[in-house]
Design a protein around this ligand. Structure first.
Ligand SMILES: CC(C)(COP(=O)(O)OP(=O)(O)OC[C@H]1O[C@@H](n2cnc3c(N)ncnc32)[C@H](O)[C@@H]1OP(=O)(O)O)[C@@H](O)C(=O)NCCC(=O)NCCS
Length: 215
């Protein structure tokens, strides 16, 4: 796993921008939310540098395409490669992971205070997750909320389903809900596939990584 520092830095941003292809530069110009373009460019440039090294190719030979729900995959000279990756960015932190296939997902979330945690939880968390959250308060509640968020997002991103999967329709393993840092997970709609879920949270952010075990 790689951490990308997303703090504003004119030189880093200019260097990152120079590594993007025409499509990516056009996308960068369309970002409206302040900081979104910076996060995209710095993470995409870090991704390009890592992939070029892993695939032993120049940056200019790399391009990206997107699956049905937006999950990106890499191509070299227009041919899809097997190497999988996933990217997440939030606030000042980006995370990248790589694997031999694309059944991997990563998520990072800064713990921003002042949100309606119970209101959001009622939309995206399952019954046991909501119950555990309702038993917590203050900082402990905030930590649990973002911990759960990052774990569920990592699983959704490993699957690649995006918004097409209702996040309240599955729950993280109960032992992880109670504090374990890793566990085995199965989606209710596909119980024969096992996923390894790892809590990567630390002081600066909540984060999680998920990968399919049988691949
Ligand atoms: C689209 C989605 C990836 C949004 O992610 P996000 O949390 O806003 O943003 P992140 O920074 O973690 O991830 C964005 C990156 O994931 C990758 N990505 C985009 N679509 C993806 C997908 N369907 N699957 C996996 N990865 C995806 C991209 O690399 C993207 O970065 P880039 O555009 O700069 O290259 C996806 O997770 C989603 O739709 N989730 C459902 C939302 C939800 O209900 N969440 C509740 C969680 S409890």
């Amino acid at each position: 796993m790689f951490h990308v520092d997303l703090a504003p830095h004119a030189d880093h941003e200019a260097c990152a921008f120079s590594l993007l292809d025409g499509e990516e530069k056009a996308r960068w110009h369309r970002f409206l939310v302040p900081g979104a373009g910076r996060r995209f460019a710095l993470c995409r440039a870090a991704l390009r540098i890592n992939l070029a090294e892993r695939l032993d190719c120049s940056n200019s030979r790399l391009s990206f395409r997107y699956g049905e729900h937006g999950k990106p995959y890499a191509l070299v000279d227009g041919q899809r490669v097997h190497t999988g990756f996933n990217v997440s960015h939030c606030g000042l932190h980006g995370l990248l992971v790589f694997a031999s296939n694309d059944r991997i997902g990563i998520d990072v979330a800064e713990r921003t205070p002042g949100r309606d945690l119970d209101g959001i939880a009622s939309l995206v968390y399952g019954p046991l997750e909501r119950r555990m959250l309702s038993l917590a308060s203050g900082l402990q509640k905030e930590h649990l909320f973002f911990r759960l968020w990052s774990m569920k997002e990592a699983l959704i991103k490993a699957l690649g389903s995006g918004f097409s999967l209702n996040p309240s329709g599955f729950e993280v393993p109960e032992a992880m809900l109670r504090g374990d840092r890793s566990g085995v997970f199965r989606f209710p709609h596909a119980p024969s596939d096992s996923w390894h879920l790892i809590d990567l949270g630390e002081q600066r952010f909540a984060a999680a990584f998920a990968y399919r075990m049988s691949d």
